[in-house]
Design a protein around this ligand. Structure first.
Ligand code: GTS
Length: 210
């Protein structure tokens, strides 16, 4: 039986990076999909430590907070850099991804045209640090940190794939990020996951066409 259960809304949202990580690491997991109706009834929300999802069940360990979950999976599968120095850099990247994800998610949930225009205008500035990091690591031919994939790579890849849906062409002026997305997406297990109906049919965000 799969040791992992992801409890979340019927979207990619904050869970697709952990799904990509599990799929790429050859793991299986169970999904418990929570509808808006169930959530609004209240008892499930009341049972969640911070009143929010996602929740990950790993055997008898219950975890909330998407980035804590990613870090836990990172430690479980050796996806946290090769040493303490790389681990610090992996954390830094993941925090940068989380900041941009929060910014983007705020935008989606508030649906304000002015905010959207500002976000689009500033997007290159938000993406630039990741291009810079790639350039500093083996000319962008490897991962975001070091020689091995880390949980931050899955989180960054998910963020970039979402942006390619939301604002096609946003990576055109970032050759290293564009190549990175293509290279990581071509990893056999990841490629299969990204082509699976489970991923393809799951919207990026809830209640939107995307
Ligand atoms: N810091 C938390 C994390 O990273 O897990 C934030 C979790 C969060 O904001 N969850 C939202 C939620 O449960 C859903 S989503 O933003 O991931 O789409 N919202 C319902 C509620 O009642 O707050």
């Amino acid at each position: 039986m799969a040791p992992y259960t992801i409890v979340y809304f019927p979207t990619r949202g904050r869970c697709e990076a952990m799904r990509m990580l599990l799929a790429d690491q050859g793991q299986s997991w169970k999904e418990e999909v929570v509808t808006k109706e169930t959530w609004l009834q209240g008892p499930l929300k009341a049972s969640c430590l911070f009143g929010q999802l996602p929740k990950l069940q790993d055997g008898d360990l219950t975890l909330y907070q998407s980035n804590a979950i990613l870090r836990h999976l990172g430690r479980s599968f050796g996806l946290y850099g090769k040493d303490q120095r790389e681990a610090a850099l992996v954390d830094m990247v993941n925090d940068g991804v989380a900041d941009l994800r929060n910014l983007c998610s705020h935008l989606i949930h508030h649906d304000c045209e002015e905010d959207k225009a500002r976000y689009m205008r500033d997007l290159p500035e938000h993406l630039k640090p990741f291009e810079t990091l790639l350039a500093q690591n083996q000319g962008g031919q490897a991962f975001i940190v070091g020689n091995q994939i880390s949980f931050a790579d899955y989180n960054l890849l998910d963020l970039l794939l979402n942006h390619q849906v939301l604002t096609p062409g946003c990576l055109d002026s970032f050759p290293l990020l564009s190549a990175y997305v293509a290279r990581l997406s071509a990893r056999p297990k990841l490629k299969a996951f990204l082509a699976s109906p489970e991923h393809v049919n799951r919207p990026v965000f809830g209640s939107r066409k995307t």
